[in-house]
Design a protein around this ligand. Structure first.
Ligand code: 5RP
Length: 230
């Protein structure tokens, strides 16, 4: 199985949790997009669901493939969100935001009764932090905010480069008009303490640590699919 086949396998397994009539949060990224493709086939066969997309990119794909959408304001409570992740640990704490959609992903997941993560085996880690932690920040005072992030992390014993994310030669801008700091802290032993400390910094809009949000992770590897439960 190559990486794409693993993503499809995880997405296909997640589909078995989707029931007729559900209000679905739909994630962002290449794994979530495999889920959208499979979901669209089921919708074409008569499955009735309404999706709330976590990004403009996901919204475009859903529209293209005929998955019915509503906004979160129209559908403020959701049954299930299915989304990918950049890292998953044994307690199902996650790093997300590699695709730059972490704020909407977190709002949508919080509005859902359940969140299921779909990923390939490469995303599973013992301790979060090998993947750079995305931190969504207001453009105003970004250098000041970066300094505050650096000092806050240092108080928790964490250090490392904190880069302003760029894309195609310019500063990356999220769907919400914010920028992203990618922090190379390395191993994050206390993700909850870091999340709380980062959220307290003026200028930080949200950070990519998803703690106590996912209840199931569907992990596809060469040997098959396994399900982790929180
Ligand atoms: C986007 C995300 C994605 O879920 C994460 O980056 C995983 O993406 P992929 O499935 O392409 O590896 O958090 O903000």
């Amino acid at each position: 199985m190559d990486a794409r086949e693993m993503k499809i396998k995880a997405a296909d397994t997640a589909l078995s949790y989707v029931e007729d009539g559900m209000r679905l949060g739909i994630g962002t990224g290449s794994t979530a997009e495999e889920f959208v493709r499979l979901l669209a086939e089921r919708v074409a066969d008569g499955l009735s669901v309404v999706g709330v997309p976590t990004s403009e990119r996901t919204a475009r794909l859903c529209v293209e493939l005929g998955v019915p959408l509503m906004s979160l304001d129209e559908l403020p409570e959701l049954d299930l969100t299915i989304d990918g992740a950049d890292e998953v640990d044994g307690k199902l704490s996650l790093i997300k935001g590699g695709g730059g959609a972490l704020l909407r992903e977190k709002i949508v997941a919080s509005a859902s009764s359940r969140m299921i993560v779909i990923a390939d085996e490469s995303k599973v880690v013992e301790t979060l932090g090998a993947f750079k932690l995305p931190i969504e920040v207001n453009p105003f005072g970004i250098v000041t905010t970066r300094l505050a992030v650096e000092r806050t992390a240092a108080r928790l014993g964490l250090s490392g480069a904190i880069e302003i994310r760029r894309s195609g030669g310019s500063v990356f801008t999220t769907d919400g008009g914010h920028h992203i700091l990618d922090a190379s802290f390395g191993r994050i032993p206390d993700a909850e303490a870091l999340a709380t400390a980062l959220n307290a910094i003026p200028g930080v809009v949200e950070q990519g640590l998803f703690i106590n949000m996912a209840s199931i992770a569907i992990i596809a590897g060469a040997a098959g699919v396994r399900t982790l439960k929180a």
